[in-house]
Design a protein around this ligand. Structure first.
Ligand SMILES: NC(=O)c1ccc[n+]([C@@H]2O[C@H](COP(=O)([O-])OP(=O)(O)OC[C@H]3O[C@@H](n4cnc5c(N)ncnc54)[C@H](OP(=O)(O)O)[C@@H]3O)[C@@H](O)[C@H]2O)c1
Length: 292
């Protein structure tokens, strides 16, 4: 595999734990300038020190943001823009699988807010600076857990909340948005792809309790390590083989087909409009809110 990541600036969200930390370490070892987006200073600094020590790469920056808060995402982007004049790779890795229905400070169901809306908002706000790079890459860590449809009437599970359904709908929506970014960014040099990392031992089910926690733990006994789980993210960020590939879904470094619904452009347009509405982004900020 030929790699083109040396000296490139890469943001990784949720870089203090699991797949995100392993991705940050892998890219640091390849010589990337890594910007870790983490929500907790102590956990972020611990991971930052570990990555510097293990990789010998000192270009590991830590910027704090809570992805459940849209104002925190906006503050992160303005801090990033003060320090950096371009961005080569954005890995929207952070994700949650809440066991109950929680609402964020913005009044949005937590899985949808963090797994779908945060990547949508962060990516849109960073687009101008991504376009400053000759070839920039947006990489969204999705999941094989995808729903056959997106229920626009109950997008935020105000009725009948089911943890895994809310999670898989938020990840289905993330794939739809990934493909829509690819269409809207066609010809700009910015690519947009997504991936399923496989079943990986991590903290993703930390919220679970009782019998569900027991069975989930049992299932994850057979899961792969975060290092293995990070391989496709690292491949999509660094390999020249995929420099011009856009609008695709990967598993184990190979293009795969996601659920049929994710390719539906009418659904994509509706979802894009809902996301734009819920995040209050304007055409002036990003240039193409309703261009398709
Ligand atoms: N593990 C799997 O089997 C699997 C399978 C398919 C897809 N995925 C996806 O892979 C991605 C990484 O998950 P993981 O398995 O590595 O789980 P993890 O160990 O729980 O890591 C999730 C990361 O997201 C961060 N995060 C959560 N809420 C945040 C917020 N509000 N603001 C900023 N950061 C936040 C966490 O930070 P804190 O440590 O501070 O909470 C943590 O760094 C997720 O998108 C997940 O859905 C995982």
């Amino acid at each position: 595999m030929s790699n083109s990541i040396n000296g490139k600036i890469c943001i990784i969200t949720g870089a203090n734990s699991g797949i995100g930390k392993a991705t940050a370490l892998g890219l640091a070892k390849l010589g990337a300038k890594v910007v870790m987006l983490c929500r907790n200073k102590t956990r972020g600094e611990e991971a930052q020190n570990e990555i510097i020590t293990k990789s010998g790469n000192k270009s590991i920056d830590l910027l704090l943001a809570d992805l459940s808060s849209q104002s925190s995402i906006r503050q992160f982007v303005s801090e990033f823009e003060k320090k950096y004049d371009k961005l080569d790779v954005l890995i929207n890795n952070a994700g949650v699988n809440p066991s109950k229905r929680y609402e964020t400070i913005d009044g949005i169901e937590k899985a949808f807010a963090i797994n779908t809306l945060a990547p949508f908002l962060l990516t849109n706000l960073l687009l101008p600076i991504l376009k400053n790079s000759v070839h920039a890459r947006i990489i969204n860590v999705a999941s094989a857990m995808q729903n056959k449809s997106i229920n626009f009437e109950n997008l935020q599970f105000k009725k009948h909340f089911r943890s895994w359904k809310a999670y898989s709908q938020s990840k289905t929506a993330l794939i739809v948005i990934t493909y829509e970014f690819a269409r809207r960014l066609s010809g700009t040099g910015v690519t947009s792809n997504c991936l399923h990392p496989g079943a990986v031992k991590s903290n993703i089910t930390r919220d679970y309790k009782g019998i569900i926690k027991f069975f989930t733990k049992l299932f994850f006994c057979f899961a792969k390590s975060p290092k293995k789980g990070a391989e496709t993210s690292i491949y999509l960020a660094s390999s020249q083989d995929v420099e011009k590939i856009s609008g695709k879904y990967f598993i184990a470094k190979k293009e795969e087909k996601s659920k049929d619904i994710t390719y539906n452009t009418d659904i994509a347009k509706s979802l894009w409009d809902v996301c734009a509405d819920l995040t209050n982004i304007s055409v002036e900020e990003v240039g193409f809110i309703n261009s398709t």
